[in-house]
Structures are given as structure tokens and as C-alpha cells.
Write a protein that binds this ligand. Structure first.
Ligand SMILES: [Ca+2]
Ligand SMILES: [Ca+2]
Ligand SMILES: [Ca+2]
Length: 438
């Protein structure tokens, strides 16, 4: 996520808001900010956000200390808003676990049900709340669909992914199959139907946008190619980059990742500031769970700028405007034949809110989606053909259904359905290569 959109909003009145500008909270009283532009910019930011400018931090370039103005402390007591509640829309909220329309989290001693509240705040936290940050799309309404506080069935997933489909523009999901490095799973019948109906009928036929967190199984060598929710063309898979533009330890690399936004990284890297249980703030939201809602907020701004965008336009916009430059020091970048740089760990790069919204303003909707199916029958391949170090190559000839109603002229997604018997599942790898070699 880029910071341009916030720079115009520096009169927002909160301390942790400054976190969105790459800020560290040194202690409860003192704020340390890092901004480009020298002391004059830091002083200006301090004034606009209700702080005293103290001075530079010795030994750190472009880093300054601010102190909250006493007045802002006083106001906090009287003016504080319910951080997410003020933005909550009951019409699009549902509790799948209790079967009622109040998704309020169940409080327990370990505060284990904070995840949804934290994700929601990133996208839609009320502005000017005198308490915490501000959501990326702070004018957006947000619904809560509670579904992870109990057994998660296909029926519950289907209900969640289609809830209030006539009202919801963007669904943000920070959940999926176990990140244990073994599970291969995807949407069941009802969840798949919900996704299909969503992109077809949602947003009055322009298609609901499904944003999905790419998973946190990096430590277990989990691979998001084994996550069918992400692999679906209907979902936009969002991974994470640390504040230093590095691939985080929990990240997963795979073909379906479309882009990344900032989130936590190494031990000393900052995490994400957002709403928390008890109408409080946290500065410690982490993982790809924290990245997907930032993308959802950015897309909400794009839809606000151009209501005509379809679910596919949104994917194209992300591909066109996400940035390689902040992540360029990582290995694994390749250029495809359309000229786009991509990386299995970062997709097409770091989402740039300003760039995406600017492009959305003048975007011309992409042509109708065509789907070309190619059947390849290759039975009884020699059992010894696939062995360690001896790959088997299968050429799939296609014209892209040229001359028919299904003719594909610009490729968006490729899906391969295959049935393979092999003794050691984890040792088998399938690589798909385009005719141009990517
Ligand atoms: Ca309830
Ligand atoms: Ca995973
Ligand atoms: Ca996807």
C-alpha cells in the first residue's frame, strides 16, 4: 500500500494514525515518526495531528520525536467513538456460528476472537475517532460475518461468501485451509457456488470482489498452490511484504498471488495498527490476514472512484498498478510476454493505492470473459517416466479456440485439471509453461 492517499488526510486527529506513515510508538506518551522531507514536514505533520514537534532522533535519518498535545488527551475521553461499530452495517452482518444477526465477538480470557475486529478496522475504521487510526476506506460501511468461532462447514462458508450478495461490494477473507504444509483443500460445492454467483450477480452484475489472504504457512513450507480458495479465478489473492520490502518468514509463494500489501515481518519490523477488542487499538496485527483487508480498503476506494468497474477490471487494475520497485531487492522476478514483472512471492508487486485509484478513474471495462477448454487425454503414461530428476513434459496444443465463440485473445487465468497417481504426493511438482516460455 502506498501512502499518498493519507498524505492529503493529515488533519485526522489520532496518534496511531501516524503509524500509517511508518511510525513507531516509543512509549505511551512519545511518538517517533519517520517521514521524508526533513524537520519542516515533521513539524507540519505534528501540528496537523495534534502533537508537539520535539526534534530529530539522533543517529536516524528523517526520524523525529513528537509528543501528544494535552488537548488531544482531553478530547479522547469525551469524543471517542466505537471504532468499528460506527461503520458497521447491520444489513450485511450475520453470525453463522450462533445463527443470529449480531456477529459481536465472543469474549474469552485469551481474547482469541479478535481477528475479525482487527481485519475490519484496517478497511473501515471510523475516522476522527480520537482514539486510534483510520480505515483505508473510512467512509465504507462494513459488515461482520462471524464464521470461525466453531466448526467451519461448507454450508457456513457458502453462507458467508454469499451473505447479502445484493448489497455487498467486496468480501475480504483472511482464512483458509490449515497452513500445516500437508493440507490440500479448496471450496466445497456451496462455497464454490457462492463465489460463482457472487462474480456473476453481485454488484448488479458487475461482480462482487473477493479478496483473500494468501496464507501464513511459510514456516511449515506450506504452499498456496494447494489452497483452492486462492487458486480460484474469482478470488484476488493478497500476500505480504515487510516494512523493509522483504518477503516475510510466514509468507507462501505460488502462482495465484496477485499482489502484496504491507504487514508484519522480522521481529523488529512494525506490525499493523488497527482496531481491537474492547473498543481499543492494537499496533500488533500481523500476517497475510492483515494484508487482505488493506487491499479490500484500497479496492473500496477504487469502486468509489469508478462504480462501473467489474470484478475482472479490479484484477486488471491491480496487475497494471502494483509496483515492483519497493520489492526489487528480492530474488525471483520474471517478466512475462505481456511485459509485466511478477514474482511467485509478491504477484505483480506492492499495491499502490494512489496509482490504482488514478487508473480506476479512467479505466475502460475489459471485454466479455471468454473461456476456452482444451482436452488432453494422456492415459497410462509409462510408470517410470516420472522420477526424481527425470521430469515428463506434456505439450498441450491450443489455438485459444480461434474462430469460435470462445476465442481467447488476452489471457487472464489458466486452470489445469488433472488426475495423477503418484506414490509420494509432496515430491511431485507440476510446472506450467506458456508458449512464450514463462
Ligand atoms: Ca451472535
Ligand atoms: Ca496456506
Ligand atoms: Ca485467485
Amino acid at each position: 500500500m502506498y501512502l499518498g492517499i493519507f498524505v492529503e488526510s493529515i488533519n485526522y486527529n489520532t496518534m496511531i494514525f501516524l503509524c500509517l506513515f511508518h511510525v513507531m510508538i516509543a512509549n505511551a506518551q512519545e511518538v517517533v515518526i519517520r517521514v521524508n522531507g526533513g524537520p519542516s514536514v515533521a513539524r507540519h505533520l505534528a501540528e496537523k495531528s495534534g502533537h508537539y514537534y520535539i526534534g530529530p532522533v539522533m543517529g536516524f535519518v528523517d526520524t523525529y520525536i513528537l509528543l501528544p498535545v494535552r488537548e488531544s488527551h482531553q478530547k479522547r475521553g469525551t469524543n471517542s467513538k466505537q471504532l468499528v461499530y460506527d461503520a458497521r452495517d447491520p444489513e450485511i452482518s450475520w453470525d453463522c456460528n450462533e445463527g443470529d444477526n449480531d456477529p459481536y465477538p465472543r469474549y474469552d480470557a485469551s481474547q482469541s476472537n479478535s481477528h475479525g475486529t482487527r481485519c475490519a478496522g484496517e478497511a473501515a475504521m471510523a475516522a476522527n475517532n480520537w482514539k486510534c487510526g483510520v480505515g483505508v476506506a473510512f467512509n465504507a460501511k462494513v459488515g461482520g460475518v462471524k464464521m470461525l468461532d466453531g466448526l467451519v462447514t461448507d454450508r457456513i462458508e457458502g453462507t458467508a461468501l454469499s451473505y447479502a450478495q445484493d448489497l455487498v461490494d467486496i468480501y475480504s477473507a483472511s482464512w483458509g485451509p490449515n497452513d500445516d504444509g500437508k493440507t490440500v483443500d479448496g471450496p466445497g460445492r456451496l462455497a464454490l457456488e457462492a463465489l460463482e454467483r457472487g462474480v456473476k450477480e453481485g454488484r448488479k452484475g458487475k461482480g462482487a470482489v473477493y479478496i483473500w489472504a494468501s496464507g501464513n504457512g511459510g514456516r511449515n513450507n506450506d504452499n498456496c498452490n494447494c489452497d483452492g480458495y486462492l487458486a480460484s479465478p474469482y478470488t484476488i489473492s493478497i500476500g505480504s511484504a515487510s516494512q523493509k520490502g522483504e518477503f516475510p518468514w510466514y509468507g507462501e509463494a505460488c502462482a495465484s498471488t496477485l499482489a502484496v500489501t504491507y504487514s508484519s515481518g522480522a521481529y523488529k519490523d512494525q506490525m499493523i495498527a488497527t482496531t481491537d477488542l474492547n473498543n481499543e487499538c492494537t499496533t500488533k496485527h500481523t500476517g497475510t490476514s492483515a494484508s487482505a483487508p488493506l487491499a479490500a480498503g484500497i479496492i473500496a476506494l477504487a469502486l468509489e472512484a469508478n462504480i462501473n468497474l467489474t470484478w475482472r477490471d479490479v484484477q486488471h487494475l491491480i496487475v497494471w498498478t502494483s509496483e515492483l520497485a519497493p520489492l526489487v531487492n528480492n530474488v525471483g522476478w520474471q517478466q512475462n510476454s505481456a511485459g509485466f514483472w511478477f514474482n511467485d512471492r509478491f504477484g505483480f508487486g506492492l499495491m499502490n493505492a494512489h496509482g490504482l485509484i488514478t487508473a480506476a478513474n479512467k479505466w475502460v471495462t475489459v471485454p466479455e470473459r471468454k473461456s476456452c477448454k482444451v482436452h488432453v487425454i494422456q492415459r497410462n503414461m509409462n510408470n517410470t517416466a516420472v522420477a526424481s530428476g527425470y521430469p515428463t513434459k506434456l505439450v498441450i496444443p491450443t489455438t485459444g479456440c480461434r474462430g469460435s465463440n470462445h476465442e481467447v485473445r488476452y489471457l487472464e487465468h489458466v486452470e489445469v485439471r488433472t488426475s495423477i497417481n503418484y506414490t509420494i504426493r509432496g515430491a511431485l511438482e507440476i510446472l506450467l509453461e506458456s508458449p512464450s516460455g514463462n
